[in-house]
Ligand binder design. Structure first.
Ligand SMILES: C[S@@+](CC[C@H](N)C(=O)[O-])C[C@H]1O[C@@H](n2cnc3c(N)ncnc32)[C@H](O)[C@@H]1O
Length: 376
């Protein structure tokens, strides 16, 4: 019997990979692409989980198995699970296969007959958006999760703090749009996925292409030590400014260090402490002309291969490397890093996760996320 459900965000495959890296996959079951059931055997700190996961919009606690999804049965189950006689409630539904929408007016009527004074807060079919629900402290949101075998009544217990994610996305002092900006949520998902493979005693994450420092900022949020390297001095000073801003905003020390340098020749004094690499390297121009793509991808492949060769000289055995690779389509031809991946195997890098796709709707170059383990 499920104890909780996770509602995943707009990149469900990537979010599911993140979830399975934080929670034992044996406890999880995919109900729909967006809803994951968990059968927890111990007490779970759901708020801590919610805070950690970038790809999870809401967490629901399972309240009951519904005999049917008729308004009478739903109303009865809601009434059984509310102590107060007054209910401010919202309702979301996730049905597979998609069925007719549940009749909220009927549920209200039934609840009134059961002696409850009810106010219904309108949302969309899957409930109130996390951004709104975050500020509606007095609203109880119920969700119906209907599968062909069984239907559940669940209650929203935690919501993603969108405001806080937006602060790190938009308010930090340095950003460089031309170089491509890794959204903080994606940076966090990369770190969470990577962490599941890092079995070292004291984790130190290196981002050798640190750019504006989005990976280091999320690493600071997780309280993990980190090191950033970038070839561009503006990026270095920008990252230092962002980290200073982070410390002031969250009133905490960040334990991240930043150095100018080349990702293909990571300075020795940094390299010795590193236990894992998490990075979004230079991905080429965001909007390349079709005739440039071939040469750009060959150049990137050379850069990445040089970097992977250097990293194996200092990474410990079994160290995980989580990295974003670009891919694009030009005139029905796919450009990606498959050739590079073939060359990484003889160097000792085995793929353990990926490709996981992430792309903005209007992007020409999309991102594929891979995790490799280095066997020495
Ligand atoms: C896509 S950005 C990284 C974005 C970064 N992950 C972030 O969250 O902001 C790529 C960065 O790689 C840097 N770069 C390019 N070639 C490099 C090299 N050989 N060594 C180190 N950094 C390099 C660029 O200056 C740029 O800041």
């Amino acid at each position: 019997m499920y104890t909780h459900f996770f509602q995943l965000g707009t990149t469900p495959k990537l979010s599911f990979a993140e979830l399975t890296s934080v929670i034992d996959a044996q406890l999880l079951e995919e109900i729909t692409e967006q809803i994951i059931g968990m059968t927890a055997t111990d007490v779970v700190d759901v708020q801590a989980l919610q805070n950690r996961l970038a790809g999870c919009v809401k967490i629901f606690e399972n309240l009951a198995v519904l005999p049917t999804t008729t308004p009478e049965d739903i109303a009865k189950a809601i009434a059984d699970h509310t102590v107060d006689s007054r209910i401010n409630f919202a309702l979301g539904e996730f049905a597979t296969p998609i069925e007719e929408r549940i009749d909220v007016a009927e549920i209200k009527k039934e609840l009134t007959q059961l002696g409850k004074s009810v106010r219904f807060i309108e949302g969309n079919r899957t409930g109130i958006s996390a951004a709104v629900l975050l500020h509606q402290k007095k609203v109880q949101e119920f969700v119906i999760i209907a599968t062909p075998n069984c239907s559940y009544l669940a209650r929203t217990v935690t919501v993603q703090n969108i405001d806080d994610w937006t602060v790190r996305d938009r308010r930090k002092p340095y950003a460089n749009r031309k170089k491509g900006m890794l959204p903080p949520k994606v940076a966090r998902m990369l770190l969470n996925i990577n962490c599941a493979y890092d079995h070292s005693k004291s984790r130190v994450v290196l981002d050798p292409f640190c750019g504006a420092g989005n990976i280091l900022l999320e690493n600071a949020m997780l309280g993990v030590a980190g090191v950033g390297v970038d070839i561009d001095t503006k990026s270095i000073t920008g990252t230092i400014d962002n980290l200073r801003w982070w410390s002031e905003t969250y009133e905490k020390e960040h334990n991240q260090q930043v150095f100018p340098g080349d990702a293909t020749h990571v300075p020795e004094q940094i390299a010795s402490s590193v236990t894992a690499i998490v990075t979004e390297p230079f991905l080429g121009k965001p909007k390349p002309k079709p005739e440039q793509v071939h040469d750009i991808f060959r150049g990137l492949e050379k850069l990445y291969l040089g970097a992977f060769k250097n990293w194996r000289t200092f990474l410990p055995n079994n160290a995980p490397v989580t990295i974003v690779f670009p891919h694009t389509m030009v005139k029905d031809l796919e450009y990606n890093m498959t050739h590079l991946i073939d060359k990484l195997l003889p160097l000792g890098y085995t793929t353990v996760s990926g490709p996981l796709e992430y792309s903005r709707p209007d992007a020409i170059v999309s991102r594929s996320i891979y995790t490799f383990i280095l066997k020495k």
